[in-house]
Design a protein around this ligand. Sequence first.
Ligand code: 5AD
Ligand code: SF4
Length: 474
Amino acid sequence: MINMQTPNLMEAKKRTKIMPKTFSYVLDDKYKDLGQGKKYFIKTYGCQMNEHDSENIKAILEEMSFVETDKMEDADLILLNTCAIRENAHNKVFGMVGRIKHLKESKPNIIAGLCGCMVQEESITDEILDKYKWLDIVFGTHNISDLPKLLSSSITNKSLSLEVYSIEGDIIENIPAKRDSKYKAWVNIMYGCDKFCTYCIVPYTRGKQRSRKPEDIINEVKKLKHDGYKEVTLLGQNVNAYGKDLDINYEMSDLLKDVAETGIERVRFITSHPWDFTDEMIEVIAEYDNVMPYIHLPLQSGSDRILKLMGRRYTKDSYLNLYNKIKKMVPSAAITTDIIVGFPGETEEDFNETLDVVHKCKYDSAFTFIFSPRIGTPAAKMKDDISLKEKEDRLHRLNEIINEYAKEANDKYLNQEVFVLLEKISEKKENMLAGYTDTMKLVNVKAPFSKLGQIVKVKITSVKTWSMDGEIVE
Ligand code: 5AD
Ligand code: SF4
């Protein structure tokens, strides 16, 4: 094995005061033809951050002359961009790895690789080195810009190239992106997370919080606007903490304002942590028509006792105060959330506190999860004596209520006129286009293909729990 850098959890946990350095990505000429005549296939698991990383990986591969295929069986290079947030991701990925091994038996020249959050875990790279040494490349979330070097080394040496840094990480600007959409774009505003919620693996897999410089973000948005993009989503694990690591007096509300002032038609942002949500942020959302009234505000639990164990640093009351403040200042805002049930030691009483918040907030929708212990996080060591059956029962009860409120929220849209960015052909409805309202409601619209990419006024004609139908009004 020539190239080998394995992750280290203790290292990944460290936070120093050293400012991250910014580097600019350029592809060395010697790699430009490496993929000549070869096809690549990439499968992405997990969050929008991973989706956007895959857009970067695709563009790097295409600069190296690889061509994309959506059939794994046709590919010369197969990459799985993985997620570590919960245990079930592990099984899905290794199931796919088994299929790739099978393919490699008949086509031994296939280059097979794993990247993303899962490989940042020591236990995973140990497993790879033990059972999956036949893989060709493994690279972490800090190593995307090294992909050309790793691929070249793997091809030359015909052995596994594994490079997973656990250092705090730098910022690499100018990595190209092959965006999935021509109309809406992800824009990273920061990397990593310093919150260390006790259940969460992200601060280890994505490293220290590193905010991009405001001018780099704004220039990217201006360029996207110039290229015809209608919508940008500012991405970060905890966008409200943007700028706290920079030595300038500039925070998320300033960035949101400056991005809104580029005049791009729609600005979104995810994900917010209630802890850092300032009044200034709410004011900017209220003030600028092109900042979308849609806020994802993860609750995780409604019990003060559990919130404390989770290290969330807010209480049920302070969360509700923030929620009410947002609703008061931005009455049209749709608010969604994330909730974990079955955190170690969660009692029925704690769970009822969560349900109480759900009844008060009547969320537009929610992502709900059963707690999944992640090796190395404090919560994984906490005593967990709730049975899986009980956890599943809580999840089921929670989802029933979430669904009711989601339908209730959608019902208010019936016969209303809303603006929809038509971004794709509807997956469910024949001859219809689909897109999202300002408030992130999925709408299937009867409209000609020529309207793709446009923001149109739509009258809602029917409503279901997770989508609506509508017609264009001229
Ligand atoms: N177990 C279950 N859910 C988790 N999440 C994060 N870590 C875990 C875990 N260990 C959920 C949180 C977070 C969302 C992205 O995933 O709700 O907001
Ligand atoms: Fe994980 Fe908490 Fe950071 Fe979100 S804020 S990524 S839940 S540690």
